[in-house]
Design a protein around this ligand. Structure first.
Ligand code: BG6
Length: 460
C-alpha cells in the first residue's frame, strides 16, 4: 500500500465518463484549482469505457476550459490526469484503483444510485487508507429504507465526518446568504416566526426540460430530483434556529432539528401534494415534445416533471405556518426563489387607503438577489399606499456551487455536506407523498411545455 502524504490528495472519480462529471464536477474542480489556496491534487478517472489517459485528459481539458479562467494550475492537473478502466463494483478492481492513487484519497461516486450502492459494498473488502473521504451524489438512496441501509454501509467504511453527501444547492452563494441575512441583521430574525409570518414558498421553476437525462430522471421525477433534496435543504436553512457558530456540527445539528419537526401538512397527500408532467409545447424558439415522448422515457412509469407539497414545521417558532415547496421543468418562467409572506399589520389606520398586499421578503436563487416588498405612502395622494420593492443583487460567489462543495471536501470540512441522519429525514418527509402517488391517490395532471404549469397551484 502507498504511504499517505498528508499534503497530497488524489481525487478518484468513479463514473469518470459520465455526464455529471463533465458538466458539473470537472468545471467546479477547475474553478477551485484556479484559486490561490487550491489543494495539491492528482486526478484519476475510472469507468467502464475503454478510454486511455489521452482520451480522459481531453475530456478534463474540455470541461476545465471555461471554468479555469486562464489559470495554469487546472491545466497542469489535467495534463497529469490518469484514467483506469475498471468495474467499480468489483473489490479487486477497486483495490487496484486505490493502490494507484497517491496521498489521501477522495473517492467521488459520480454514479447512478444502484451502482453507488454496489461500489460501496465492494469497498468493504478493499483496505481504505486512513483519512479516505467518500463523496456521494444525490439522490442518496431512493427511499428512507435505502438511505438508512446505505448509511449503515458507509459507517462501516469511514467515520461520518469523512462522508460528503453532495447537495450543490448548499454551495450556492445565495443559499448560503440566507445565513447572513437571517443571523447578521437585527431586523429580519425577530419576525421570522408564526406571530408574523403567514406562509413561506420555496419555488424552483425551470425552463429547462429533460436535457437528455431520461436514464436518471425518469426514475427520479421532480419530487425526488429537486424537492426531497435541494428544496428541503433550503427550507432547513430558512427555518432552523440560530447556530452559535458555522461549525459543521452546530449548523448540521440545527438543520437536522428542524427537519425532524417537519411533516406533510395535515398528513394528507391528497390535499397537500400535486404532481404533473408536461405535454408538447414551445419555450422561446424551442419546440419541445411531450415528456412522455422524450427518448428514453417510459410513459407508463408516470414520472412527474412538476411537484408541489405543503409542509408543517411542528415547533414553537413555526407551528401553523405552511411551507409550500414546488419545482417543475419546461415552464414558461424561471421563478427560483424563497418567499416569506408576512401577516397583515394588526391595524392599518382608518384614512390610509389602498392597502392591498402584505410585506414579502424574497430571496432569489437566480438571478441572485434579495427583495423586500413593502408598503409606503405613494407619490401623489399621501394617504394612499403604494407598494415598492427594495432590491439588492448579489454578485456570483468566488466559486460555482460544485467548487464550493469540493472545497469543503478537500479541506475535510463537512459543513456543506448533508449529514446521514438528515438524508434519512428528508426521505421520511416525502415518503407519504411518494406512497400516495404510487397508489394513484393523486392524479397526474398535465401542462403544456412553456406554460405556467397546471392551474390552482398550491404555492402563491
Ligand atoms: C440538479 C437536478 O440537481 O439541479 C436538475 O438534477 C436541476 O434537474 C438542477 O436542473 C438545478 O440546479 P442548477 O444549479 O443547475 O440551477
Amino acid at each position: 500500500m502507498m504511504t499517505p502524504d498528508p499534503g497530497r490528495q488524489t481525487l478518484l472519480i468513479l463514473g469518470a465518463s459520465g455526464d455529471l462529471t463533465a458538466r458539473l464536477l470537472l468545471p467546479g474542480l477547475a474553478a477551485l484549482l484556479a484559486t490561490p489556496d487550491a489543494p495539491d491534487l492528482s486526478l484519476v478517472g475510472a469507468g467502464m469505457e475503454d478510454w486511455d489517459d489521452q482520451r480522459w485528459r481531453r475530456r478534463v481539458h474540455d470541461s476545465f476550459a471555461t471554468a479555469a479562467g486562464g489559470s495554469a494550475r487546472p491545466a497542469a492537473v489535467a495534463d497529469q490526469a490518469r484514467y483506469l478502466r475498471a468495474d467499480v463494483t468489483q473489490e479487486q478492481e477497486l483495490r487496484r484503483l486505490l493502490d494507484s492513487c497517491p496521498g489521501r484519497v477522495v473517492i467521488y461516486f459520480a454514479l447512478p444510485p444502484a451502482v453507488t450502492v454496489a461500489a460501496c459494498a465492494a469497498l468493504r473488502g478493499a483496505e481504505l487508507r486512513p483519512g479516505t473521504r467518500l463523496v456521494l451524489e444525490k439522490p442518496f438512496g431512493t427511499d428512507a429504507a435505502g438511505a438508512r441501509a446505505l448509511n449503515e454501509m458507509l459507517a462501516r467504511l469511514v467515520p461520518e465526518d469523512q462522508i460528503h453527501r453532495v447537495d450543490h444547492f448548499l454551495g450556492k452563494s445565495t443559499v448560503l446568504n440566507i445565513l447572513g441575512l437571517r443571523f447578521a441583521n437585527r431586523i429580519f430574525e425577530p419576525v421570522l416566526n408564526n406571530a408574523h409570518v403567514a406562509g413561506v414558498d420555496i419555488v424552483f421553476d425551470e425552463d429547462l426540460a429533460l436535457e437528455g437525462r431520461a436514464g436518471y430522471y425518469d426514475h427520479a421525477g421532480a419530487l425526488r430530483d429537486m424537492v426531497q433534496s435541494h428544496l428541503l435543504q433550503v427550507m432547513a436553512l430558512l427555518a432552523m434556529e440560530a447556530p452559535p457558530s458555522l461549525d459543521a456540527r452546530e449548523l448540521r445539528d440545527r438543520k437536522a432539528e428542524v427537519l425532524r419537526a417537519t411533516r406533510l401538512w395535515d398528513d394528507d397527500p391528497a390535499v397537500t401534494s400535486r404532481r404533473a408532467r408536461y405535454t408538447a409545447g414551445t419555450i422561446g424558439d424551442r419546440r419541445l415534445p411531450a415528456y412522455a415522448d422524450e427518448p428514453g422515457v417510459e410513459a407508463a412509469r408516470q414520472t412527474e416533471t412538476l411537484a408541489e407539497i405543503v409542509l408543517a414545521v411542528d415547533n414553537w417558532r413555526w407551528a401553523g405556518v405552511p411551507f409550500r415547496l414546488r419545482s417543475g421543468k419546461a415552464l414558461a418562467g424561471r421563478r427560483k426563489e424563497a418567499v416569506v409572506t408576512f401577516r397583515q399589520p394588526p391595524h392599518v389606520p382608518d384614512g390610509l387607503r389602498g392597502y392591498e398586499q402584505p410585506d414579502r421578503l424574497r430571496i432569489g436563487f437566480g438571478p441572485d438577489q434579495v427583495r423586500l416588498d413593502v408598503n409606503v405612502n405613494g407619490p401623489d395622494d399621501p394617504y394612499v399606499i403604494d407598494p415598492v420593492t427594495l432590491s439588492a443583487d448579489f454578485g456570483p460567489g468566488e466559486l460555482p456551487p460544485y467548487g464550493e462543495v469540493l472545497r469543503g471536501v478537500f479541506d475535510g470540512d463537512p459543513t456543506l455536506s448533508v449529514r446521514g441522519d438528515t438524508a434519512e429525514q428528508c426521505w421520511r418527509i416525502v415518503e407519504p407523498v411518494l406512497t400516495s402517488w404510487q397508489g394513484g391517490a393523486v392524479p397526474l395532471l398535465e401542462y403544456p411545455a412553456g406554460s405556467a404549469g397546471p392551474g390552482d397551484s398550491l404555492v402563491s
